[in-house]
Design a protein around this ligand. Structure first.
Ligand code: IPE
Ligand code: IPE
Ligand code: MG
Length: 225
């Protein structure tokens, strides 16, 4: 069967999860990384999921305390180094969206390496949004197209974005009901799920229930059913 679903997740609530346990916020990020692994594995086995896009670091997250930002960079490095084998084992192609030029040269190199080494995998695409902001993505696309002589079509614009695929299911964990600069173009007809579960407590079972709910929603795309 053809896989076709694009699931996008705002993985929110790591800091609050840790604070509720009397721990430092970074412990929540560590716990959150384990959930990324579980969810990716689940999606790679799921019959309908083709792509999962995970919001890991926004263009606004640089405003956080320096030590937290540094920890997140180290965690990302550690995660990618450890995950390479797992990606290949589960036939997952890794891809980064966002402007990674803001990261250290070594982290950029590692990101490219994992992209290359998993480029043959065709079971699932795991796309990590890294230094990603939808405004930044849209502006980079506009600048890429600005010398185009023809009128810009929807298809041309979409192809100039980092993420070229419309989202079917958008989930935000952590209880807040907002988009926080995530995939503004691609969410146009996504089904939205805002849940209270903090990201480190999220699991494959809860994702499975969301997909069941999605399957009974009626999507009309502006037409009539
Ligand atoms: C999401 O969790 C992870 C990142 C933004 C990197 P938070 O760190 O935002 O956790 P809360 O929302 O403060 O609990
Ligand atoms: C959104 O979470 C970004 C990521 C999950 C990477 P934030 O915690 O940064 O969002 P706000 O500040 O609550 O909008
Ligand atoms: Mg947050």
């Amino acid at each position: 069967m053809n896989k076709s679903l694009h699931v996008a997740i705002i993985m929110d609530g790591n800091g609050r999860w840790a604070e509720a346990r009397g721990e430092k916020r970074v412990k929540g990020h560590e716990a959150g990384a384990k959930v990324v692994r579980e969810i990716t594995k689940f999606c790679s086995k799921h019959k309908d999921i083709e792509r999962i896009t995970l919001y890991a670091f926004s263009t606004e997250n640089w405003k956080r305390p320096r030590l937290e930002v540094e920890f997140l960079m180290k965690l990302l490095e550690h995660y990618l180094k450890n995950e390479l084998e797992e990606y290949i084992k589960n036939n997952v192609k890794f891809e980064a969206i966002g402007d990674i030029r803001a990261f250290s040269k070594s982290l950029q190199k590692l990101i490219k390496k994992v992209e290359e080494k998993t480029s043959h995998c065709d079971g699932l695409v795991q796309s990590l949004a890294l230094n990603y902001g939808a405004h930044d993505e849209i502006l980079r696309a506009v600048n890429q197209l600005k010398n185009e002589k023809k009128d810009i079509t929807e298809e041309m614009f979409s192809n100039a974005l980092d993420c070229k695929d419309e989202v079917d299911i958008m989930i935000r964990t952590g209880g807040d009901h907002r988009i926080s600069n995530f995939l503004l173009w691609q969410l146009s007809y996504a089904e939205l799920f805002f849940i209270d579960t903090l990201w480190p407590d999220f699991n494959a079972e809860e994702l499975g229930k969301i997909i069941d709910q999605f399957n009974i929603r009626e999507r009309r795309f502006g037409g009539l059913n």
